[in-house]
Ligand binder design. Structure first.
Ligand code: GLU
Length: 304
């Protein structure tokens, strides 16, 4: 069987400064694809207008270049791809796979007393299933939910191995468009990965709970599945995953403090089981890269 070189993507959200956790995941994504002579794309996930912050896109690009990462072709922005998402939403509606939903977060929270399920909430109870024929008919701003089928759906993660989830039990029918009409993350990612020809999605394991949703959307839209590789996250001194507000570990802050990018790349490489090369940016570790060397379990952030 011949396999063509992979196509990967770096997909930062310009909602805050990138930190050491992002650096490690983006390095891994780049190493994995470039080590096999593949193409790397860059996609700005800037759909959430309320969370996007001015200047964060430029800063993210500067951070990535600082580490020695590069990409092929122009930067693609989700905010400029509305027609593609609308076409996919129309396709799902046409096939009867979505329905309008007017439930607010508050209403859903008060309907569910005990928190459980993949998102810390129970599955959507199906309140609006079969209730309206169209968004207009719903009267107030409606989201669109995707109808999930009962039963387990699985995928084999390139790092963690087999994973299975029964969406009807964990999240229930999930949103593919928000109340303001913007596509939901799950829909946009699936449309973009397919349209951009992405064959490998390497990202943090906080996104594992999204993957089965993305898989069923790909099936409903007749799109191919990429290879999924979810890698462990970097944690702070208290063992919590780094958040974008972990500002002292922001790459821009380290740069301002005079930390050399080779130091950051070296820490990431060694934490990924690669030999210590001392000097050099991302490219210095390409020849050694092997996903099989990556340790399981989260990784503590270094102190500089
Ligand atoms: N934009 C997302 C993030 O920054 C990544 C989404 C993905 O890799 O699918 O967390």
């Amino acid at each position: 069987m011949s396999s063509s070189p992979p196509v990967g993507r770096l997909a930062p959200s310009p909602t805050g400064r990138l930190h050491l956790g992002h650096a490690r995941t983006f390095l891994l994504a780049w190493w994995s694809v470039r080590a096999r002579g593949g193409r790397m794309l860059l996609r700005m996930e800037d759909l959430d207008a309320e969370r996007v912050r001015a200047g964060m896109e430029d800063l993210a690009l500067e951070d990535l270049r600082w580490l020695g990462l590069d990409w092929d072709g122009p930067v693609v922005r989700q905010s400029e791809r509305g027609p593609l998402y609308r076409a996919a939403l129309a396709q799902l509606a046409e096939a009867g796979r979505t329905y309008p939903c007017v439930c607010t977060r508050k209403e859903l929270a008060s309907a569910q007393s005990a928190p459980h399920g993949a998102d810390g909430q129970g599955p959507y109870p199906g309140t609006c299933r079969g209730r309206y024929t169209s968004r207009r008919d719903a009267g107030r701003d409606a989201a669109l939910r995707f109808r999930v089928a009962a039963g387990p759906v699985g995928f084999t993660d390139g790092f963690e191995g087999p994973f299975e989830e029964d969406l009807a039990r964990s999240v229930g029918d999930f949103p593919v468009a928000r109340r303001d009409g913007e596509p939901a993350y799950q829909l946009a990612v699936v449309v973009d990965d397919a349209e951009q020809g992405v064959t490998e999605v390497l990202r943090g394991d906080d996104l594992v709970p999204s993957t089965v949703r993305q898989k069923v959307l790909q099936e409903a839209l007749g799109l191919p599945h990429p290879r999924w590789v979810h890698v462990p996250l970097v944690t702070d001194a208290a063992g919590r995953r780094l958040a974008k507000r972990a500002d002292d570990l922001a790459l821009a802050a380290l740069r301002e403090a005079g930390v050399a990018p080779a130091e950051v790349v070296r820490w990431a490489a060694v934490s990924c089981g690669l030999p210590d090369r001392g000097e050099g940016l991302a490219g210095a570790y390409l020849a050694d890269f092997d996903l099989d060397r990556l340790p399981h379990g989260s990784v503590p952030a270094p102190t500089y």
